[in-house]
Design a protein around this ligand. Structure first.
Ligand code: SAH
Ligand code: SF4
Ligand code: F3S
Length: 442
């Protein structure tokens, strides 16, 4: 079917890696209809905004962007504007009321329907609301357009069953569903055959991979199986939950050839009272033990985390526990967030919501502490050599190249001309900043 040949699409993606992968699947369906991608909004026939609602700040930004698209619709009434993803799943037809220039609202369980819906919209204009309450099938087999030929996202499971009390994700992504191991391995092999060097296995809680079915392979089995795929240089995964991280997974990382020595383990808070109120299922002491066992098993591994400040009821003393844990563990990096009230979640209804100025002041202190630690940790790497996967030109300087270490640190060096994207090279680290290492190609 090529009625749509010559037409163009543009996608705008917010949120996590799962959303980026969904956008690739949305683009893949448009491509299958004959659409081409355009970087210019003005020449697009279809614009898709793939949305996130994890925090209010994300939602505000997205509403602003959707508002901006109105002038394009006025200029070109044939333009199709679609809003997909987590905010679409949450707000449904309320989005039409708020922004009448939207043609399509596509929920997180309806990604695979885009191709049919666009065909329908091109035949008879009107509005389409496609938001199922739950997944009826795993939408793994839809065509995918990948922008990056070096690194690829590979979803291994969808949804989340954890219901951390602050979090909207389980409500907009549904229950946990794991893809069969054979299917994941086959996709990894297909990616390797196309020259992809790095694969990131995606799930909201990859450590519970397979737990939704009896006799299913678990995450350690999956890591071992993907590690055996020829041609993949690096394997990463996002995100692991500290409660479910276990010795089998740590051993699988340790004994693998390609799984990177990087552990992203969101702690969220350093106070046991706060962790309990968050329903995280571990204590600060559990977390410390986990870090110790990782550092013993995989020396030199990097460790990153997510932290929320200003959870309801968080006192200054509870916040001090978070600072204390941060100083003790010495993360390589931390992604820090102001607690954001998400309506419908248990925490949104808790008493003692923390005023914004208090949250901001705590965030500032937390970031200052972590920035100092990140710089010290990175300075400790000056004088060492690192294996770097070349990603391409540095964004700010065409004479420089950029890549990442196995520990997921960004490295920048002067281009020699011999290195190209996808190569594994060795870089001698000469200087360190908070977020970047600088070096010389060996
Ligand atoms: N499934 C992943 C992360 C999903 S969201 C995990 O469990 O680690 C990514 C991060 O956003 C979370 O780790 C948390 O730190 C943050 N986050 C989630 N809900 C939030 C909220 N209501 N307010 C502020 N930060 C939030
Ligand atoms: Fe949200 Fe918790 Fe699930 Fe992560 S594990 S997506 S923070 S509910
Ligand atoms: Fe956002 Fe949805 Fe991901 S809410 S963080 S895009 S799962």
């Amino acid at each position: 079917m090529n009625d749509d040949k010559g037409k163009k699409y543009h996608t705008i993606t917010y949120g996590c890696q799962m959303n980026e992968n969904d956008s690739e699947r949305l683009a893949g369906q448009l491509k299958a209809l004959g659409y081409e991608e355009t970087g210019r909004l003005e020449e697009a026939d279809v614009i898709l905004v793939n949305t996130c609602c994890v925090r209010e700040s994300a939602e505000k930004k997205i509403h602003g962007k959707i508002g901006e698209l109105k002038r394009l619709k006025t200029a070109n009434p044939n333009l199709i504007i679609g809003v997909a993803g987590c905010m679409a799943q949450k707000d449904r037809d309320r989005l039409f009321k708020r922004a009448p220039h939207i043609d399509l609202v596509l929920g997180t369980h309806n990604i695979h329907q885009l191709g049919d819906i666009i065909t329908e919209l091109n035949q008879s204009r009107g509005r389409v609301l496609a938001v199922w309450d739950q997944a009826e099938r795993l939408a793994s087999d839809v065509p995918t357009v990948r922008k990056n030929n070096i690194a690829a996202w590979l979803p291994i499971m969808y949804g989340c069953n954890n219901f951390c009390t602050y979090c909207i994700v389980p409500y907009v992504r549904g229950r946990e569903r794991s893809r069969p191991l054979g299917e994941v391995v086959a996709e990894a092999a297909a990616l390797a055959a196309r020259g992809v060097r790095e694969i990131t296995l995606l799930g909201q809680n990859v450590n519970s991979y397979g737990k939704d079915e009896a006799d299913h392979a678990d995450f350690a089995d999956l890591l071992t199986a993907v590690d055996a795929v020829d041609g993949i240089a690096r394997i990463r995964y996002m995100t692991s939950h500290p409660r479910d991280m276990n010795a089998r997974v740590i051993d699988a990382v340790k004994n693998s050839r390609h799984v990177c020595e990087h552990f992203h383990l969101p702690i969220q808070a350093g106070s046991d009272a706060v962790l309990k109120a968050m329903n995280r299922g571990y204590t600060a002491a559990d977390y410390r033990r986990l870090v110790a066992s990782i550092r013993t098993a995989v020396p030199g591994a990097s460790l990153t985390t997510d932290i929320i400040v200003g959870f309801p009821g968080e006192t200054e003393a509870m916040f001090a526990d978070t600072l204390g844990l941060m100083a003790e563990v010495r993360f390589d990096a931390a992604y820090t967030f102001l607690y954001s009230q998400r309506s419908g979640t248990p925490a949104a209804a808790m008493p003692d919501q923390i005023p914004l100025p208090v949250k901001k002041e705590r965030l500032r202190r937390l970031m200052d502490l972590q920035n100092g630690i990140s710089l010290e940790v990175n300075r400790g790497l000056v004088g060492t050599k690192a294996e770097v996967l070349v990603e391409g030109e540095s964004k700010n300087d065409a004479n420089k190249m950029m890549g990442r270490t196995r520990t997921n640190k960004i490295v920048i060096w002067d281009r020699t001309g011999g290195e190209k994207a996808g190569d594994l090279v060795t870089v001698a680290i000469d200087a360190a900043q908070t977020w970047v290492l600088k070096g010389t190609l060996v």
